[in-house]
Design a protein around this ligand. Structure first.
Ligand code: ATP
Ligand code: MG
Length: 350
C-alpha cells in the first residue's frame, strides 16, 4: 500500500489525496494477499482518478468487515471468524464523471469514452480491463469492480476482497505455548511426502524426525501419492492427513490439477513446497482452485513446517465448527454475485 501511495502522491499536483482506512489497518503486512496484484488494481484505479479529476479530491477507502452475518454470505470462504475478513476498497474522485450511456463499454479492452482524434486524455484503454481481471482472480471470481458516477460530480469505483488475516507475532511465552499445541496436533497426523529432490527427503527424514507423527510415507510419483492418500484415509478415517508436494520436480499445474481432483475426497491438507520466486505463480494457481492449498517457500525450517501444518489443521477445525454452527442456526451460504455468465453479461466481460 505504501508503495502505491508513494507513486500516486508524486503525481497528485493540486488534487487532494484522502486516505480513509479502518483503525485496524496497519502498515505491517496483515492480510494474506497477492501484494503485486492488489497494488496493480489500486494503481489503475487511482491513476484513472488522477487523470479524470482536474481539481478536487480523491479518496482511497479501505474498510474491514468482520460481521459474521456478512461473512456468512461468502459461504465456504469462511475458515475462521478470527482470521477471515472481507475488505471493502473504493476509490472516489470529484472529477469529470462518466456518462451513463457509456457505462457498458468501460471494462472492455481498449475502450476510452473520449476516443475521438481530439481527445484530451492519454492512455491505452486497458487499465480497467486489467484491474477487473485481477479482482476476479484475487477474489476467486466472487467479486468484480463496480462503480457509481455523476457527470461533472465524480466517480466511485469499488470492490470487495475476501482475505485471511496474518496472525500477529506472539510474545515468546505465547509462542512456546502455540508450538506445544502445534506439536500435540501433529502427533495425531500422517505425513505423506512426494519428493524427488534429495534436499527435501533429507529434511523430512532428519530435521522433522524429532516431531512425533503417527506415520510417515515417502513416494516418488503423484499417482502413487494419490493412491496412498486414499488408502490411508480408509485405514485411518479420523487422522490428520498432511501431504507435501515438491513443486521443483515438474509438478506444474497441469499435473497438479488432476492430482488435486483425485485427492479432494480424502480431506487431506495439501502443502506445496516451492522456491520463493515461484511463489506468486503457484499462489495464482491455487487461488483459482477451490481446494485449499498451503504454500511453503524454500528455504524452510522445522518451525516453519510445524506452524504451517498446525495453522492448516486449525483452519480445517474452525471451518467445520463454523459450518456446523451455521447449519444449526439455519444459515445458508448466499452467493454474493450472480453466476459467472450473468456477471459477464453486464459489461464486466474480459
Ligand atoms: N475515474 C474516472 N472518471 C472518469 N472517467 C473514467 C474514470 N476511470 C475511467 N474512466 C473512463 O474509462 C475509460 C477506460 O479506462 P481505462 O483505465 O481502462 O483506460 P485509460 O485510463 O484510458 O488507459 P490506460 O489505463 O490503459 O492508460 C477511460 O478512458 C475513461 O474514459
Ligand atoms: Mg487507466
Amino acid at each position: 500500500m505504501d508503495h502505491v501511495l508513494r507513486l500516486i502522491v508524486v503525481q497528485c499536483g493540486t488534487v487532494e489525496l484522502i486516505l480513509d482506512f479502518d483503525d485496524d489497518i496497519t502498515g505491517e503486512p496483515w492480510i494474506e494477499c497477492d501484494r503485486l496484484r492488489l497494488q496493480q488494481i489500486l494503481l489503475n484505479l487511482l491513476s484513472n482518478a488522477m487523470k479524470f479529476t482536474p481539481n478536487g479530491s480523491i479518496t482511497l477507502a479501505v474498510k474491514i468487515e468482520k460481521n459474521l452475518d456478512v461473512l456468512a454470505k461468502f459461504g465456504k470462504e469462511i475458515e475462521s471468524s478470527e482470521n477471515f475478513v472481507v475488505l471493502f476498497l473504493s476509490v472516489k474522485d470529484t472529477g469529470i464523471g462518466i456518462d451513463p450511456s457509456k457505462k457498458k463499454a468501460l471494462f472492455k479492452p481498449f475502450s476510452q469514452l473520449d476516443a475521438g482524434s481530439t481527445r484530451k486524455y492519454t492512455g491505452t484503454g486497458l487499465g480497467l480491463t486489467i484491474a477487473q481481471n485481477l479482482v476476479h482472480r484475487l477474489s476467486k471470481e466472487r467479486s468484480k469492480i463496480e462503480f457509481t458516477s455523476e457527470v461533472n460530480e465524480g466517480t466511485t469505483f469499488f470492490f470487495h476482497l475476501p482475505v485471511n488475516l496474518i496472525p500477529p507475532v506472539l510474545p515468546v511465552a505465547q509462542e512456546e505455548e502455540r508450538k506445544k499445541h502445534s506439536l500435540e496436533l501433529l502427533s495425531k497426523s500422517i505425513f505423506v511426502v512426494f519428493i524427488s529432490s534429495p534436499e527435501i527427503r533429507k529434511f523430512f527424514t532428519s530435521e522433522i524426525r524429532g516431531v512425533n507423527t503417527l506415520l510417515r510415507r515417502y513416494t516418488d510419483s503423484l499417482n502413487e501419492t494419490s493412491e496412498l492418500l486414499k488408502s490411508l484415509r480408509e485405514e485411518y478415517p479420523k487422522c490428520n492427513l498432511l501431504c507435501f508436494v515438491d513443486t521443483g520436480c515438474g509438478s506444474e499445474e497441469i499435473i497438479l490439477d488432476p492430482f488435486v481432483e483425485s485427492i479432494k475426497s480424502t480431506g487431506v491438507d495439501l502443502f506445496l513446497i516451492t522456491h520463493i520466486n515461484q511463489r506468486n505463480h503457484y499462489h495464482s494457481w491455487f487461488t483459482s482452485s477451490d481446494f485449499p492449498v498451503n504454500i511453503i517457500t524454500k528455504p524452510f525450517y522445522k518451525d516453519h513446517i510445524i506452524n504451517s501444518c498446525a495453522g492448516a489443521m486449525q483452519r480445517r477445525k474452525n471451518k467445520s465448527a463454523s459450518l456446523r454452527k451455521r447449519s444449526r442456526d439455519g444459515i445458508k451460504p448466499i452467493p454474493l454475485l450472480a453466476p459467472k455468465k450473468a456477471a459477464n453479461a453486464e459489461g464486466a466481460k474480459e
